[in-house]
Design a binder for this molecule. Sequence first.
Ligand code: ATP
Ligand code: MG
Length: 398
Amino acid sequence: MSNLLFEQAKPILQHIKSQGYEAYFVGGSVRDYLMNKDIHDIDITTSATPDEIESIFSKTIPIGKAHGTINVLYQDEAYEITTFRTEGDYDDHRRPNDVAFVRDLYEDVKRRDFTMNAIAMDENYHVIDYFHGQQDIAERIITTVGEASERFEEDALRIIRGLRFQAQLAFHIETNTYRAMQQQMSHISFLSIERIVVELKKLVQAQHVSVSFENMKQLKAFTYIPFFQQSNMDSITITEPISFNLFIAIIQVKQSTELSLAQLKISNQEKHTIHALSQLMSEIGELQSKATLKRIVYDYDMKLLLELVTHRTLLEANQIKLPSPLIFNKATLAETAKQLPIDTRKALAVTGKDLLAHLQQPSGPWMKDILRKIELAVIQGEVSNCKTEILEWVDNNV
Ligand code: ATP
Ligand code: MG
């Protein structure tokens, strides 16, 4: 257990209080601290309005000011300070129609999702727990603040968050809360895909993903999420934590029709990795020889190859075939990589320009083909990576 982050932020709470306002740590950091877990980032909640916070600190960034959040820079760290607020009515299952700043902590924690996330703590580690969050943590129960069906009706993301917390904490979802999840699940179709993906990423990477993934399926969550709704999610098993990219790649490989990643609104970098993983998985089952292994080690990022090695059991449970562990394992991969004469096309001793000059032909699509052939010949040791030898090889073989 580390309370270093709280200790670092203590002067901030003290400063706000010295100006006559209230201030507390709240949310995930307090929950994790009370569970003796490491905390990663801290949220501060205060009775001071955003304007008041700006006036009492010298370095501030009004990043989410409309929602009550000011970033305060203090000793090279940025702290999110959010004003106590209540939320107005919800009409669309995703966002309150309006938020109002209030001076009362109770009103602020009342709008939070789960009792374990609604605990406030002051700078002396004194806890204010209006909704018996500590008891629920002790009993390892996920339960909403107030009536579950009302809270999910307001913001359906809380359903997915609940399942995400189950995956991270291995808590039991309280019966009434689970039933409400079941009843309100269809409302997640009103959410933005970005918010869902944030939670799904945490869910699939969490230690206890297996239980909450089965719950996701049982509750038919995927039926209401773009991309997943076109996939046969019942045929997917996730028995151990994996990266979101591998998760999506597994789904893709198992579909007979191409699914559009655009629906997930993820970054190009992520799309690129998912494509590479899917392609790798569809190629690798065929791997029989050392030569193919060399080619695959050359063509793909080692990180991706190791990810497959690590998740052999999971992949096989999803009917994705890997080569025998005798030829496809960490050691053979490292050894193969070490023996490759080049690691990228850039390391090739000839360039396109050299080929143009040597062959005296106008540039064209043939160039890409020849470079690929040369590359493969060098990797397989048919020719050494030396300009004159390569050009001679081209004359004889292409
Ligand atoms: P993590 O450890 O992953 O950061 P967290 O509990 O801190 O988990 P955040 O998404 O960082 O989750 O949100 C901070 C706090 O804001 C939560 O603990 C909860 O009190 C509140 N909160 C976040 N999202 C919602 C929501 N959709 N509805 C109600 N309260 C929410
Ligand atoms: Mg947090």
